[in-house]
Every structure is written in C-alpha cells, then in structure tokens.
Design a protein around this ligand. Structure first.
Ligand code: BG6
Length: 476
C-alpha cells in the first residue's frame, strides 16, 4: 500500500492508526506500507513523527512495544513530488521488486493532484491488473471538476479499481442502521410516509477549522460535509431494500435516492437553505476566535461554517416527508445523529395526555447507539402515560476497541469490497444537486448569517423548522 500525503493530518491521525489496529488484530495481509509526501525526510525521521502521532491517538495499553515495533517494520517512507513524474523513480524501483504483488494507492491529498498522480504511476508502469486506487473526499469542488477528475482517473484505472472514500459509510452505527432496516421486518414495514412524519440528520462539531483553513476556506460546510457525508447518510436511510449487499446493487439503490432528491432552485434556496458563519465565543470557558480571525482565513471570508436545509425525496415511499439536514463547526457540542420521527397516533384513547410520537435515534458520535422512544404506562393505579426509552445498543464494554471507520474501509479496500465506497455516478449526481445552491450563494455574495461560537447556529436555522411547527432535536 502506498499512502500519498503520508505526513498529512488525516494519515497521521487516522490512517496509520487504523492500519496498526488491523495489524494488531492479525488482519493485515503481508506486505509493505510506503508513505510518500513532498517532505524530504528519512525513514527514521518519518517514524519519529509517526510515533509522536501514535502517542496522541493510540492509547498506550493498545500499543505494547513489541507490537508497535513489529508494525513499523512494515513501514517505509519516500519523498515524492506528486506533479513531477521523475520523482516517482524510487517508488517504482521499490514496487517493481515485487511485480506480482497487489498495489493499493491511497491518495490522501487534495483531489486536484489525483490526475497527475495517476499519469505518473502509469508512466512508471505501476498500475498492474490488481491495482486499486483509494480517493479521499471531496473529489472535485463542483460538478465540472468532479467529472474532469473522474475521467482522468478512469483513463488509467477501471471503475472497479477505484474506491472513493466517504468515511461516514464506514462508521459502526451506519452499518448498524443497515442491519436494523434490512435485518428486521418490523422497521421496514413502517419505513415510509404513512408512518414517518419527518427525518432529521445532524452532524455537529464543536471544533473550528483546526489548521485546515487552506482547504476549508475554499470549500465550506456545504461542499465539505453535505455533498458527501450528509447525503450518503440520507441515502442509507431512504434507499429501497437492496436485493443483496453486493457493491453495485447497494450503490444502484443509493443512486436512485440521489436522483429523486427534489432540486432546490432559485428562490427555494433562500427559503430552504440557511448558511452560517461563526463569530468569536468561548469553548469550555476559553475564548475562541471568529472564523474570519482564524489563522489562514481571509479577513472578509464569506465561507459558510454551517448549513441547515430542508429537502424532499420525490418518490412513493417518501412523498411529502421533509428531511432536515444540518451541520456546522463550533457548535454547542459534538454530536451526530439521525432521528426518525414517526407520526403521532391518529387518536389518543388516553384522554388529554400528550403522547410523545415514537422516535428512532441512531447516534453516530460521540457515543454510538440506537434508541427507540415509545410510550409506556407509569406504575400506579391511574392510566398515566410516559415516554420510555429502549436502548438497542450492544454493550461496548465487551469490546476493547470499537473499530474506527477507516479500519473497516481500509480493510474493505484491501479485500476489494466496494459496497461502502462511492461510485462515480453517485458522486456526480450529488454534485449536480448541490451546485445550484453554491451558484446562488456565489451570485448573491454577502456574508452568511452569523452565530456565536458554541451555540446551535444562526437563528434562521431554528426558524426553518419552526415554520413547520417543529424543532431541531435536543439542544437547538
Ligand atoms: C471530514 C471533513 O470529511 O469529516 C472535516 O473534511 C470534518 O471537516 C470531518 O471535521 C468530521 O469527521 P468525524 O468522523 O470526526 O465526524
């Protein structure tokens, strides 16, 4: 496996950690992991940097010396200038010692260099029949650039060799959602507009841009999060039951959802989409700067750090069921969840008692879990009704470590299982839906609505639901 961008934040924080855990559990097949990046440094210097990261991201009790040593023996480092094909010569020499071995190229870099990297790999004859390429998100910055990058990559790799990452698909609760839906008959029979009132998807982060301003200020929350993670979550919730778990079968169903998303156009964008940008505030009593004052951010930046929107899926299953999506940085707390709000009972026989409608919550983070809210009777002589929470989680105390999304996805890429990766047509259909929104914001200019850091976003986001007599789930 070759990780390009090996000294970057993602590789240091997530990729090597994921590979280590799979190695520790004896799942990593034999072979070498070659890190490559622009930085000129020796293998030892690289391992030193990696060790520092490991101390921060892997608990010491999971990292006994002999295991860590055995793991790093598998690692190499090579400096590489992605745009300069000559600089690939040492990599070619290393890989060509084992021409029959499978090669996985993980591009943990900005997508504008995917095409030049493919071309250089090709020129050095490094793309053999079993080769695979893993592409980090976001692929492109709009529809045209996504098409251009896809076409360039597909000149050298077949679509079956391309693994486009969306790490939200690898999260444990997202897998669990599939099992819940398609492993139980009771949910699927209620999973449509007759019984579901509306659905909310929230991905809230308490962190700010964290040194990624160079990327984020040109990207914003809509492209960074909605185009990928939130739309993929929506697909898993809304897709029809696939006939099997086979990659293209599942991806066909997700594609149908993306194609059924009602386009948000012109004036609808102003009423259905809210964009926000955080102001200075305090996190845990410590002052934090406004987005515009973050290092590397333009002082008059209009990049959105928050998006909330309302959309519909125009098909029989979901007719008239609103889907409310929101995501943002520097929000009140880190929480990601999908909440399915069922309709209230059509007629209450329990007098005036307000029955809380059933609610299914799939919590992605910080703690993972699934909860079903039902109505139950309060113990006593009267007929008093109360909300009852049923926890459907596995007891996490029984496992020493819940695998991170990247562990699953890296193993899937190694094993050639593409179900949890995004196919070209899905990616481009998602961009097609997003683009009218970015176009309108660009044409309108102006600063997004503001919100104080560590709150729940701009007031217009609350109004988006209040207009429909609804509230955002908890905390807004
Ligand atoms: C990434 C985004 O894809 O997902 C980041 O680029 C974001 O901006 C991150 O912080 C969130 O991932 P997670 O797994 O921490 O929720």
């Amino acid at each position: 496996m070759v990780i390009v961008g090996a000294t970057g934040d993602l590789a240091m924080r997530k990729l090597y950690r994921a590979l280590y855990y799979r190695f520790r559990d004896g799942q990593l097949p034999d072979g070498r992991i070659i890190g490559a990046s622009r930085t000129e440094m020796s293998r030892d210097a690289f391992l030193g940097k990696l060790f520092e990261a490991a101390q921060r991201y892997i608990p010491a009790e999971h990292r006994p010396d002999e295991q860590w040593q055995a793991f790093i023996e598998r690692l190499d480092y090579l400096p590489l200038d992605a745009f300069n094909c000559d600089s690939y010569a040492p990599l070619a020499e290393k890989l060509n010692q084992f021409p029959e071995r499978q090669r996985i190229f993980y591009f943990s870099t900005g997508s504008r260099i995917f095409a030049p990297m493919c071309e250089c790999l090709y020129r050095h004859e490094l793309i053999n029949a079993g080769a695979r390429v893993v592409l980090e998100k976001p692929v492109g910055t709009d529809l045209a650039s996504a098409i251009e990058i896809n076409e360039a990559v597909l000149q050298y790799f077949d679509e079956s060799q391309v693994f486009r990452i969306d790490h939200y698909l690898g999260k444990e609760p997202v897998q669990n959602l599939m099992v819940l839906r398609f492993g139980n008959s009771m949910f699927e029979s209620l999973w449509h507009q007759t019984y579901i009132d509306h659905i909310q998807i929230t991905v809230a982060e308490s962190l700010g841009v964290e040194g990624r301003a160079g990327f984020y200020d040109h990207t914003g929350a809509l492209r960074d999060m909605v185009q990928s993670h939130l739309l993929q979550l929506l697909c898993i919730i809304a897709m029809e039951p696939p006939p099997s778990i086979e990659a293209d079968v599942v991806r066909d169903e997700k594609l149908k959802v993306l194609r059924s998303l009602r386009p948000l156009l012109d004036g609808d964008i102003d009423t259905h989409v809210v964009r926000g940008q955080y102001l200075a505030g305090a996190v845990d009593g410590q002052p934090v700067p406004a987005y515009r004052n973050e290092d590397g951010v333009d002082a008059d930046s209009n990049t959105e750090t928050y998006v909330a929107l309302k959309t519909y899926i125009d098909n029989w299953r979901w007719a008239n069921v609103p889907f409310y999506l929101r995501t943002g940085k520097r929000l009140a707390r880190r929480t990601s969840e999908i909440v399915i709000h069922f309709r209230a009972v059509p007629h209450s026989i329990f007098g005036e008692a307000a029955l809380t409608p059933n609610r299914l919550t799939i919590r992605l983070q910080p703690e993972e879990g699934i909860q079903l809210l039902l109505s139950g009777k309060r113990i006593g002589t009267g007929m008093s009704v109360r909300p009852l929470e049923l926890n459907l989680d596995e007891d996490q105390r029984e496992v020493d470590h819940v695998p991170d999304a990247y562990e699953r996805l890296l193993m899937d890429a190694i094993r050639g299982r593409a179900t949890l990766f995004v196919r070209r047509d899905e990616l481009e259909t998602a961009w097609r839906w997003i683009e009218p929104i970015t176009d309108r914001w660009k044409a309108q200019g102006g600063r997004p609505d503001t919100y104080v850091a560590s709150t729940w976003g701009p007031t217009r986001a609350a109004a988006l639901l209040a207009r429909d007599n609804r509230d955002w789930d908890e905390g807004c």
